[in-house]
Design a protein around this ligand. Structure first.
Ligand code: PAF
Length: 281
């Protein structure tokens, strides 16, 4: 695996592949890799000849009250996992490489509508930061396809919308969430959970499952979501939101909608967990 941290070297390497007519897949990450990330690399191999991954803890997507300094950084272990998964190139830029002018003078990408609400409401500016860095990374790597985990369902919609709106010639591949046997979605944030919290954290996915079953029989979406929030709170978590939405627009679902997604977030100790489930009625 080639490891590079500057744009010129990355472009030189990727250009050589292009000249040979090879297809390139890209998996952007913030590191602290787990089996969910590796499933993205595995999926990427199915769609391309070469796989590029990046590790960049993107300051633009963290809010002022969010602790970017203590975000887990495990580069040596991450590098080994990526090499073991046959990643061809790892890009590990510093903030100065990505944002040479600093954050304040940097142009940004704002994706309307799908960025609003849910995590966009709880984390103002978060999706602007995600869209901007993904746009920059796409322009740097110029991949044919890029893989993103469906655990971050709203993020996938934001990126797909950006790609459509800005006519980027990149296929976005959504990859199913990898879960613990308890149902808990794998996330770097699970590292913040104590042993006790790990026991209650699966209440989030369990109650999303419960809600999915209920809405197949009853279209009181708002009332049922409130009940699910109470169950999550009673388990010892603090629900941030749980909503039943149209799977494409992410607008609150109406009675006639058939393609739905349940989006949810809850605090468990120091960790803010998110999860979702697509439901087709
Ligand atoms: O999902 C993530 O890890 C990040 O939001 C991403 C897509 C790598 C952008 O920083």
């Amino acid at each position: 695996m080639i490891v590079v941290n500057d744009i010129a070297t990355l472009r030189k390497e990727v250009n050589q592949w292009r000249l040979q007519g090879l297809k390139v897949a890209f998996v952007p990450t913030m590191g602290n890799l787990h089996a969910g990330h590796i499933s993205l690399i595995t999926e990427a191999h199915k769609h391309a000849d070469k796989v590029v991954a990046s590790i960049f803890v993107n300051p633009m997507q963290f809010g002022q009250n969010e602790d970017i300094e203590n975000y887990p950084r495990t580069l040596a272990a991450d590098q080994k996992k990526l090499a073991d998964a046959d990643t061809d190139l790892l890009f590990t830029p510093t903030p100065a490489v990505i944002y040479p002018k600093g954050l304040d003078k940097q142009s940004f990408v704002e994706v309307p509508q799908v960025s609003e609400g849910y995590c966009g409401e709880s984390r103002p500016g978060h999706f602007r930061g995600v869209a901007t860095v993904v746009c920059k990374l796409f322009n740097i790597v110029q991949p044919d396809v890029a893989c993103f985990g469906l655990k971050d369902f709203q993020q996938v919609q934001v990126i797909q919308t950006m790609v459509d709106d800005l006519s980027m010639p990149i296929d976005i591949i959504p990859v199913p969430t990898v879960r613990e046997p308890s149902g808990l979605a794998l996330s770097s944030r699970n590292n913040y959970l104590t042993e006790e919290e790990l026991k209650i954290a699966p209440a989030l996915s369990q109650n999303i499952q419960w809600l999915a079953e209920q809405i197949k029989q009853d279209n009181d979406f708002i009332g049922l979501a409130k009940q699910a929030a109470n169950f999550i709170n009673n388990a010892g978590l603090k629900t941030d939101y749980i909503h039943i939405c149209h799977a494409k627009t992410l607008q609150p679902a109406s009675e006639d909608d058939k393609e739905l997604v349940i989006l949810a977030a809850a605090h468990c100790g120091k960790a803010r967990l998110i999860d979702n489930l697509q439901v087709n009625l």
